[in-house]
Design a protein around this ligand. Structure first.
Ligand code: GDP
Ligand code: IMO
Ligand code: MG
Length: 431
């Protein structure tokens, strides 16, 4: 297989984990390039369900090597729990899991600061996952944070450094937020123990990725979150703190653009968002509830009910364009199986005008009203379809419309949560 980048095309939770798992069998490497334990990537294999937050979704394939890239923010407490949970279920992990020394270390005070900041923002809160993502990236950008490579320093130095950082975070906690300080010595000692656990996995990414750079080994790049949550290109400020778009795959691994290969955007056949911020095609009330029930739309990380709505072509075309997607994969088509009618937002109404170009300044977005086009539902199960011709005609018509409007080929359609429930179609869906 060629190298490929998997990017969320909407507001996250598009089914990236399932797709990365399905594609991992034939690659040497799976590389996570941004984000942290805010991600929740779900994989179902038969009766087994895994939710991965930090570990790349290729880990369930023996022999595939996985890297937590330098663009990530890594909470070593969560990472240890995730590794042990996989090992308890019989998956060998530590020999194949590598952690970039340049990744940012996420500490308990980042999580605490995330929670306190959200509480303080009240009605203006972002609705973060509470995993400390914003504060950890802040420490990186302002050049004060620790990195995973720092876990390799001699124990006394690490302990001293950690105490220093925790005490300085405690000043903010008590002075700005009037909150309890964190127990510096206890946490620093825990970190020292964790450092011994993760140290054997910490690598120099420039060295280990040499074969990928030179083209002798293949890589699948696994994005977290989605295009509309990107810090630069998403619905700012209701976004995450990293580049979940294509640039993140480069800066988050240190690999050059020529190795990226295909760029595949993942889109649900409808749309969801978890957390606050504009969502033009959101369905409120019973219609939204129906979609949530059909799709089991509850957050894999926080368990929050996801907001649900129809496919939004305006933001989806934007996602295709800014990432340079060479193909897209539509997931959860089966969730629409029982719907009598399906809508797609083809344009927005904005202050009396009809626009089809995504307004990048998100101030305009809350005023955008979707313009829908309606499709007849197929009202037949698609879960056993494995070829395009197995799909009901109305489902094919819906996919052909999306393909035409997105201006790029649909190269895969997912019709269920299991690895095998896929239709692969390298030549697109239009016959
Ligand atoms: P990710 O964050 O993009 O990896 O997506 P999540 O794992 O957060 O959410 C996607 C959810 O949809 C998970 O529960 C998956 O098991 C499930 N899923 C993925 N693809 C399909 C599909 O084609 N059909 C159905 N019914 N469920 C799917
Ligand atoms: P995966 O990889 C969906 C959302 C949060 C919040 C905003 C900022 O599973 O698709 P953060 O904790 O990152 O500071 O929260 O981003 N968010 C996600 N929504 N899927 C995710 O990841 C998300 N990661 C963050 O809900 O609105
Ligand atoms: Mg998710």
């Amino acid at each position: 297989m060629e190298n490929r980048v998997i990017i969320g095309g909407q507001w996250g939770d598009e089914g990236k984990g399932k797709i990365v798992d399905a594609l991992s069998r034939d690659v040497d490497w799976v590389l996570r390039y941004q984000g942290g334990a805010n991600a929740g990537h779900t994989i179902h294999i038969g009766q087994e369900k895994h939710v991965l937050h930090l570990i790349p979704s290729g880990i369930l394939h023996e022999g595939v090597r996985c890297l937590l890239g330098g663009g990530m923010v890594i909470d070593p407490w969560s990472l240890r729990d995730e590794i042990l949970a996989l090992e308890q279920r019989g998956h060998e992990v530590r020999d194949r899991l590598h952690i970039s020394a340049t990744a940012t270390l996420l500490m308990p005070y980042h999580k605490r600061l995330d929670e306190l900041r959200e509480t303080r923002l009240k009605r203006k809160s972002i609705g973060t996952t509470g995993r400390g993502i914003g504060p950890a990236y802040l420490d990186k950008i302002q050049r004060t944070g620790l990195r995973m490579g720092d876990l390799l320093m001699p124990t006394e130095n690490l302990e001293r450094k950690a105490i220093e950082k925790i005490l300085s975070a405690n000043e903010i906690l008590s002075e700005f937020y009037d909150a309890e300080p964190l127990p510096a010595r206890v946490l620093a000692e825990e970190l020292v123990v964790l450092a011994q656990f993760v140290a054997p996995m910490v690598v120099n990414p420039y060295d280990v990725l040499r074969p990928v750079r030179e083209g002798t080994e293949t890589a699948l790049f696994e994005g977290a979150q989605g295009t509309m949550l990107d810090i630069d290109h998403g619905t700012f400020p209701f976004v995450t703190s990293s580049n979940s778009t294509i640039g993140g795959a480069l800066t988050g691994t240190g690999l050059p653009p020529r190795v990226l290969g295909d760029i595949n955007g993942i889109f649900k056949a409808y749309c969801t968002r978890v957390g606050n911020g504009p969502f033009p095609s959101e369905l409120l009330g019973e219609k939204g509830d129906a979609l949530r029930d059909a799709g089991g739309e509850y957050g894999a990380t926080t368990g929050r009910a996801r907001r649900c709505g129809w496919f939004d072509l305006v933001s989806a075309r934007y996602a295709v364009d800014i990432n340079g997607m060479t193909g897209v994969i539509i997931t959860k088509l089966d969730v629409l199986d029982d719907m009598a009618a399906i809508q797609v937002a083809t344009a927005y109404e904005l202050d009396e005008d009809e626009i089809t170009t995504y307004p990048v300044l998100s101030e305009a977005l809350p005023r955008c009203r979707p313009v829908y086009r309606e499709f007849a539902g197929w009202e037949k199960p698609t879960v056993d379809c494995r070829r395009l011709i197995d799909l009901p005609a109305a489902a094919r018509k819906y996919l052909e419309f999306l393909e035409r409007e997105l201006g790029t080929l649909i190269v895969g359609v997912s019709v269920g949560r299991d690895r095998e429930q896929m239709i692969w179609t390298e030549t697109g869906v239009t016959t």
